[in-house]
Design a binder for this molecule. Structure first.
Ligand code: NAD
Length: 732
């Protein structure tokens, strides 16, 4: 029981100090909960103790629940997982409820001891849920402190009373950003929301809390929901103000999530049902919904990919062993266009000195000016301190003189996508670099091993593929060329970690991994239109299954001319590509100058300001919708399978070497149905036998692009899973 320490002072205040051994950040385990409970009972039983402070010895209060514990809870509950999870949750409710009552008589609410929460910094998830059970919440005004309940982002919802307490404190509408969006807030913002009571100078935190504990009035120790006649702020479901709020919220949540995220729906149901009953019953309701979410294969898959696998990749799961860590202190970026400037921006923001080069000084300066503009916009939105912007800009030297690259540890080229332009850039830059420096290309379509021919040291040559917009897209694909050495892979991974993004490592093959799967998704959507399927059906089928963009909107965003160029290049490369119906559609739109969003015309129509106004009615003239339309499930199966089969082929061919990278890369790279945990998790969840059946059926009806890879046949035959022990329950 070393997670919490107990300290009583002569004034009669007991301080429960959370200090989990061997970690920088506290995360809750059941052992820690037991320790908290034991110390709490001790403080409540001791007449000399007048009140309690709950705090942390670390610079933050807590990062949340150890999600591995949740997984273990489920796994260890044997034949009755629901019972095990439910009881685990009720135990947590019991401890926090005891903290909240703090010894008061449940009938009169009298006789409790004051409990203050004093956080030196960040409190996320269960960390904040503990706080919500305390009577008064103090947070130090630490610049990096963030408060919030981010559970929804990994397919859960706050299940330690946070859902019930926040919705009862703030009402449904005001709690939406906290519960439904998982918004993390600075202390001042949390104060505005009413989540905490005081922001204090860091040095004065404990003293302020102690002063409150010693002077707290009995009335301050009773939570609003434990008072007679409590009414939900903003109205309970069956009141005049509450009714439209609840109906509207249900519609809004469904609109945003398309009903594919079990946690969002369960969260809303829990709030709705909980609002109708006394608090202790509401906590049981919360626990029941949380249990159901935990047992949903989607939440298991989301936790695995979006939390466990993502974190493992960020910590270097794919990093070659035996290569020492090397930080990049000076980065060269060649090409100050959209991608180059984006890369320079994120690197400078992470504290790296950057040389940003282009063909002439003017172009390089224009790149730097773009960075200044974007950082300025972040300052205006309150996301970045003005000093941080100034410091980042001061780290960027823009110019046209290759000589500036001297001393760089890493150079990334982002010049035009043309081997004839890239090759001389590669050899000129390399000539100026030290023997240890790494050269990377940001190419998205050219084989890295081919470009490496221009390099005198191909072992130090690698692909570091960013996605657009660089500052927002979290995935970086690291591409190992045929001759790329381990040291270059390690350096690229260390750099990606430095800039706070998530890396996957893939082997060199046409379009690497993400684009390899996105292109067939777009082509399948376009082919459906060519076959006479209504474009609206295609788009809705895609977004309704949880893709962020339908294939037609996606190709408008990335541009029709790019799609046309890729189609031509793919044809020229041979590789068995038969120009299909999709290519013809793309070439037609290209020929009409409907180049997508940038031209304010594409599959969609746009107004003068460039805002989409709807699908372009002219599509029906070119590709008239057939009188008989397929069912939405048929369209969905085509759109899912075309991506999943490509991901399986990438694994089978050794482009991917790790399914975690395939799942995380798919979600972060192109938004593959996050509720599924990624294409490999989706196969596990659906069952390889069923996936094989779907693929064979589609291959027979639509063509060999759906032909199942051998890997799928083998998995179906042996009923094997990518993540052994998971996904055995059928998908909902
Ligand atoms: P861009 O046209 O916006 O920028 C290219 C820049 O390179 C221009 O500023 C140009 O002046 C400069 N340049 C050209 N030749 C040069 C030379 N010899 N020396 C120095 N500078 C030179 O292009 P972009 O969209 O930023 O793409 C750049 C690279 O990134 C390409 O390889 C592209 O495939 C890749 N990429 C693009 C995306 C995307 O979404 N646009 C995504 C991933 C990767």
């Amino acid at each position: 029981m070393t997670d919490f320490h107990y300290m009583a002072d002569p004034s009669g205040v007991a301080t429960l100090i959370w200090d989990q051994p061997d970690t920088a950040m506290n995360v809750l385990t059941f052992e820690a909960l037991d320790a908290l409970s034991t110390h709490l009972e001790r403080a409540l039983a001791d007449d000399a103790i007048k009140g309690i402070i709950v705090t942390s010895a670390k610079k933050d209060f807590a990062g949340g629940m150890d999600l591995r514990v949740l997984g273990a809870l489920r796994a260890s509950s044997g034949a009755e997982p629901a019972k095990g999870i439910f009881e685990g949750l009720m135990k947590m409710h019991g401890v926090l409820r005891r903290l909240e009552r703090a010894g008061a008589d449940p009938k009169t609410g009298k006789g409790g001891k004051p409990v203050a929460w004093a956080s030196p910094g960040t409190a996320a998830g269960i960390g904040l849920e503990i706080a919500l059970a305390c009577h008064r919440r103090f947070v130090a005004d630490a610049p990096r402190a963030r408060l919030g309940l981010p559970e929804i982002k990994v397919g859960l919802f706050p299940g330690a009373g946070g859902t019930m307490r926040v919705s009862r404190m703030l009402g449904l509408m005001a709690s939406a950003p906290i519960l439904l969006e998982g918004k993390m807030m600075k202390p001042a913002e949390a104060l505005d929301f009413g989540l905490i009571d005081e922001v204090s100078e860091p040095e004065a935190l404990l003293e302020t809390a102690r002063a409150w504990v010693l002077s707290a009035k009995p009335d301050e120790l009773i939570k609003p929901w434990d008072r007679k006649g409590w009414k939900m702020p903003g109205g309970a479901p069956y009141t005049a103000p509450g009714f439209p709020t609840f109906v509207g919220a249900a519609a809004m949540v469904h609109g945003r999530t398309q009903g594919v995220y079990p946690a969002a729906r369960a969260l809303l149901s829990a709030i709705y049902e909980g609002a109708l009953v006394p608090f202790d019953t509401a906590l049981r309701i919360e626990a029941r919904h949380f249990t159901a979410v935990m047992l949903n294969p989607s939440s298991e898959a989301m936790i695995r990919s979006l939390f466990l696998s993502k974190q493992a990749l960020e910590k270097g799961a794919l990093r070659p062993e035996g290569v020492a860590d090397r930080k990049v202190s000076r980065l060269g970026v060649i090409g100050a266009g959209m991608m180059g400037a984006g890369i320079a921006q994120v690197a400078a923001a992470a504290g790296i000195d950057v040389v940003l080069l282009d063909r002439d000084g003017q172009a390089a300066e224009a790149g730097r000016a773009g960075i200044a503009k974007r950082l300025g916009a972040s300052v205006e939105r309150g996301r970045l301190a003005p000093e941080a912007r100034d410091a980042a800009l001061a780290r960027i030297t823009a110019g046209a003189d290759m000589g500036l690259l001297a001393g760089a540890d890493l150079v990334i080229e982002a010049v035009f996508e043309d081997p004839g332009v890239k090759a001389p850039v590669i050899s000129a830059a390399e000539a100026l670099l030290g023997a240890e420096a790494t050269f990377a290309t940001n190419t998205s379509t050219l084989p890295v091993s081919g470009l490496a021919r221009a390099s005198a040291r191909p072992e130090n040559f690698i692909g570091i593929h960013f996605f657009s917009p660089v500052d927002r897209m979290m995935l970086v694909e690291i591409i190992r060329g045929k001759e790329t050495g381990d040291a270059a892979v390690a350096r690229a991974l260390d750099f990606v970690r430095q800039i706070g993004k998530t890396p996957i490592v893939v082997n060199d093959a046409r379009f690497f991994y993400a684009n390899r799967c996105i292109i067939p998704y777009i082509n399948e959507g376009v082919s459906l239109v060519a076959e006479g399927v209504s474009p609206a059906l295609v788009e809705h089928a895609a977004t309704g299954m949880g893709m962020p963009l339908g294939p037609l909107q996606l190709v408008d965003e990335t541009s029709i001319d790019l799609a046309a160029r890729i189609a031509r290049a793919t044809s020229a490369a041979g590789e068995g590509h038969a120009p299909g119906a999709a290519d013809a559609v793309i070439f037609t739109l290209e020929g009409e100058g409907r180049l997508g969003r940038k031209a304010k015309a594409g599959f969609y129509a746009y107004d003068d300001a460039g805002k989409r106004t709807g699908l372009w009615p002219g599509l029906a003239g070119h590709w008239p919708p057939a009188p008989e339309q397929p069912g939405v499930e048929e369209v969905r199966q085509r759109l899912i399978l075309i991506q999943v089969l490509e991901a399986l082929r990438a694994l089978e061919e050794g482009v991917l070497t790790d399914v975690r990278a395939g799942d995380v890369g798919a979600i972060l790279g192109w938004g593959f149905m996050p509720w599924s945990g990624g294409p490999f998790s989706w196969v596990d969840m659906t069952g390889p036998g069923r996936v094989l059946e779907l693929a064979e059926d589609l291959a027979a009806r639509c063509g060999p692009r759906f032909a199942p890879p051998e890997l799928l046949r083998e998995m179906a035959a042996s009923n094997r899973r990518f993540y052994p022990g998971s996904g055995q329950r059928a998908a909902a």
